[in-house]
Design a protein. Structure first.
Length: 95
């Protein structure tokens, strides 16, 4: 839910509203968002879009947690890889 964040989005809330109710991953990733945008506290996960359950489940299996913000899939270990807390912290650091 990005409702609380709309007035603060640097490109304007209209850009976010265009993706409302749909998977906005490609648009988000294509615009090369900053690390801070991935951890914006005003954005809240309230559910998983229909059809994305398996993808989100895989991200979780790879060590992603909602509390860490928007995932950075390229930095997560592959399925079945060592997922120590230290490696997950490195994977989830966006710097």
């Amino acid at each position: 839910d990005v409702t609380d964040y709309l007035p603060y989005h640097p490109g304007g809330g209209d850009l976010i509203e265009e993706a409302a109710g749909r998977d906005g991953t490609a648009g988000f990733e294509d615009t090369d968002h900053s690390a801070n945008s991935r951890t914006q506290k005003l954005i809240k996960l309230v559910g998983v879009l229909s059809g994305q359950e398996e993808y989100v489940s895989e991200l979780r299996q790879r060590g992603w947690k909602e509390s860490r913000g928007i995932p950075f899939p390229e930095r997560l270990p592959p399925l079945g890889a060592c997922t120590s807390e230290a490696s997950l912290q490195r994977a989830n650091s966006f710097f």
